[in-house]
Ligand binder design. Structure first.
Ligand code: 13P
Ligand code: SF4
Length: 346
């Protein structure tokens, strides 16, 4: 391992400004130590759009993030994903064909009174679909702002692909549970077909397989065993979990809250394992545990490890870069509309 680390260091030194390594907070420490910028998905999107120098952007995160980086960077820049198996199960839950099929039906019901929004955790094809239909992307750190924007433009929204982020955000903005409905792509209809006219928020039936592992039972357990502990969770968690926690917010919000908390304070955190472990290490003066005692790793984020990072860098050195992420022009043109509508507002 030490040898691999030395080699990565050496390649970084040789390539200098020609190489840029963004890393998501959920990445392993063995990778994060080499990241030139660490951030949540919004920060990484912004950083990528601002970097016009690097020839090679070796993206340590998951596939949809690398696609976004490719869309937001210049044609002279190559975005590389160290392991193509680093996907996202949530992004995979919204397929473009299902989405187009759903949209056609929703247009029949609602005509021009509906606007699509997609969490950035979605494929470039979905972002493009949303962009071409007047909508925008959102991240967990600007979801409130973007849902408010969309509901100011149209009477209702279709929120893809994470039902939990959509529901939690809409509920915070005062939308009633009775004004929300879940769209099941397998049925190509709402799960409960009720009074359609009153629906303001249609939630795509997708979820994050990591954040769904935090349960009300976990909350009860912490309340019983650590009565002074504060519970903070990501809004990709289920509504009941978010409601019973003390605070909820994006990855960035969680990191900042823990950083600014007084020494001696106690926290149970409901988010991805690598980040929770890092927060435990970085804040020895605070008592921090995972809300789910079995921890919750994101298996696809974890596919990016030191050997894969080194492999990508060696390929660049040998002038045969592999795993280049290239989004086609038609898709990219639509996706950029959706991303720009978000980036202009944050
Ligand atoms: P954020 O980085 O926007 O908080 O998203 C969390 C996540 O699940 C990334 O895949
Ligand atoms: Fe996807 Fe969830 Fe993993 Fe994020 S944490 S990459 S949303 S599966």
């Amino acid at each position: 391992e030490q040898e691999m680390e030395m080699r990565v260091r050496e390649i970084k030194r040789v390539l200098g400004e020609r190489l840029f390594i963004p890393g998501h907070h959920y990445q392993k420490d063995e990778v994060i130590q080499f990241a030139d910028a660490v951030g949540d998905s919004l920060q990484l999107a912004q950083i990528s759009s601002q970097n016009s120098e690097a020839e090679f952007i070796v993206f340590c995160g998951v596939h949809f993030m690398a696609e976004t980086a490719d869309i937001l960077t210049g044609d002279h820049q190559e975005v590389i994903l160290p392991d193509m198996r680093a996907g996202c199960s949530m992004a995979d839950m919204a397929d473009i064909h299902q989405t187009e099929r759903a949209w056609a039906k929703l247009q029949d019901y609602f005509g021009d009174t509906i606007i699509p929004l997609t969490y950035v955790n979605s494929t470039a094809a979905i972002k493009s679909f949303v962009g071409k239909n007047g909508g925008a992307t959102v991240t967990s750190s600007n979801a409130h702002k973007m849902v408010k924007w969309a509901l100011g433009k149209k009477e209702r929204i279709l929120f893809l692909p994470d039902q939990h982020l959509g529901r939690n955000t809409a509920a915070d903005l005062g939308v009633q549970e009775s004004e929300m409905a879940v769209w099941d792509p397998a049925l190509n209809s709402l799960i409960h077909e009720g009074e359609m006219a009153g629906i303001k928020v249609i939630l795509w039936k997708g979820h994050c397989s990591v954040h769904e592992n935090f349960t009300e039972k976990n909350i009860e357990q912490v309340r019983n065993t650590h009565p002074d502990m504060k519970i903070i969770v990501h809004p990709e968690c289920r509504r009941e979990v978010v409601e019973k926690s003390d605070m909820n917010g994006s990855t960035k919000f969680i990191i900042e809250t823990i950083k600014n908390a007084p020494g001696g304070s106690q926290w149970a955190i409901g988010t991805e394992m690598n980040l929770v472990k890092r927060l435990i290490k970085e804040h020895p003066d605070k008592k921090i545990i995972s809300l789910n005692p079995y921890m919750c790793p994101c298996l696809t984020m974890n596919r990016i490890d030191l050997p894969h990072l080194l492999w990508s860098l060696e390929n660049i050195m040998e002038k045969t870069p592999q795993n280049i992420i290239k989004v086609g022009k038609d898709v990219s043109d639509g996706a950029i509309l959706a991303l720009d509508r978000m980036l202009a507002r944050v």
